[in-house]
Design a protein around this ligand. Structure first.
Ligand code: ADP
Length: 401
């Protein structure tokens, strides 16, 4: 069966068509600038050249129609007709407390995703547009939604409640939800698979480090704590997001920097993190270059990032009463050997010792799963590339085969 995976943003749609018997990507691509001047589709069929079509694309329905045209085109297509798509798996950011796993879409599910839009105003409405566009164009094809929050629904109350009034949780659903769940689950299960260990017996700390970054404590295959919270702003210092701060800083800076609420939210999401600290870039490649040139603020930004990450690793080992493996993934986790080295430096007391020359040799793991700890390290340190699209396709396939 072929599964079409759709990740719809407010002005973009990314897609992959995955053949599930061999779990092979047969085409992938994306549409950008929907409803904005300069919209285009980029389509890459497996084994053929990439094509780019630049044309006005008014809305998500037109975007999905273009994706299907590209997939079935007689020259650069990979299937003969839409009937060869068995199901569509949609990434949805927020499932609140409604969803603890992927589900087949019906009217009730659509209503619940809409209800969660208050908690993810930038993301959930875009996902709904993507789902509705697919339903319109492919009315007979089952749709599945896979939520970034779902994996973390197993967190116990002591981990997901904030020290706010209980009313904030009961009336307004203010609690820790966590994000990147599809990725944390994928690399945790992949570690168990590669090492031949039973996931039920494992205490894992998974570090998803990309533009947005989060850490997750996975005990027995279940998320028991994670660093992102009510929104993806909490936790680690990120590319441009602040991560954890004292909430009293918010009114203080609003006053000092003459910002209103919207400006403050934008500031915390877009102008902070390693970008704000370094004044250079949110991209770690640029930060290392700047640091190499002696720009101290770039070095400090990298140190702050790694120090915060190390503290989360230590606290999750404490929360689980031990750790069997620390797993790095996503853009930074898979490519930045110095971040991996600095963030486990000094964790020998936990039994975690990174093999520095090996870690450096595998600077970029290039799609491979690599063990990076020394022989005498009692805690495994691994780099396992994430694959959220494949994880969505697998969950969709399991519900629809
Ligand atoms: P997203 O959260 O957008 O999915 P990714 O997981 O693709 O992001 O990670 C993107 C980030 O990964 C970049 O901003 C950059 O900081 C980092 N990155 C990518 N390649 C490298 C590299 N070779 N060395 C260091 N960092 C890298």
């Amino acid at each position: 069966m072929n599964i079409l995976v759709i990740n719809a943003g407010s002005s973009s749609v990314k897609y992959q068509l995955i053949e599930m018997t061999q779990t092979k990507v047969i085409a992938k691509g994306g549409i950008e600038r929907i409803g904005i001047e300069g919209s285009n589709l980029e389509h890459k069929p497996n084994g053929k050249d990439k094509i780019v079509i630049e044309t006005p694309i008014a809305d998500h329905t037109q975007a999905i129609a273009m994706v299907l045209d590209a997939l079935t085109d007689k020259d650069h297509g990979v299937i003969k007709s839409m009937d060869e798509i068995g199901a569509v798996g949609h990434r949805v950011v927020h499932g609140s407390e409604f969803f603890s796993s992927g589900v087949i879409v019906d009217d009730k599910v659509l209503g619940q995703i809409q209800e969660c839009a208050e908690l993810a105003p930038l993301h959930n409405p875009a996902s709904l547009m993507g789902i509705k566009a697919c339903q319109k164009i492919m009315p007979g094809t089952p749709m599945v939604t896979v939520f970034d929050t779902a994996f973390h629904q197993t967190m116990p109350k002591n981990a997901y409640l904030y020290g706010l009034s209980y009313e904030a949780y009961e009336k307004f659903r203010v609690r820790k939800y966590g994000f990147h769940g599809t990725s944390h689950k994928f690399v945790a299960e992949r570690y168990a698979e590669i090492t031949g260990k039973k996931i039920e017996d494992l205490k894992l700390i998974t570090c998803h480090l990309g533009n947005g970054s989060s850490v997750c404590a996975v005990d027995g295959g279940k998320s028991v704590d994670t660093s992102m919270g009510f929104t993806p702003l909490e936790g680690l210092v990120m590319g441009t997001r602040s991560g954890d701060i004292d909430p009293a800083i918010v009114p203080f800076l609003m006053n000092k920097m003459h910002m209103n609420l919207d400006e403050t939210i934008t500031y915390l999401n877009k102008q902070c993190g390693v970008w704000g600290l370094s004044g250079e870039s949110s991209d770690f490649r640029d930060l290392w270059k700047a640091s190499g040139k002696g720009i101290e603020r770039a070095t400090v930004a990298l140190q702050v990032f790694c120090y915060r990450l190390k503290k989360f690793i230590g606290s999750y080992a404490a929360a689980m009463g031990g750790v069997d493996a620390i797993i790095f993934t996503a853009g930074i986790g898979e490519n930045d050997y110095l971040v991996r080295e600095w963030s486990v430096e000094g964790l020998q007391f936990l039994g975690a010792i990174i093999d520095k020359p090996l870690n450096e040799e595998f600077e970029h793991v290039r799609g491979n799963d690599v063990k990076l700890s020394t022989e005498d390290s009692t805690v495994d340190i691994w780099c396992i590339p994430t694959n959220e699209e494949l994880a969505i396709a697998k969950e969709t396939y399991a519900l629809c085969k």
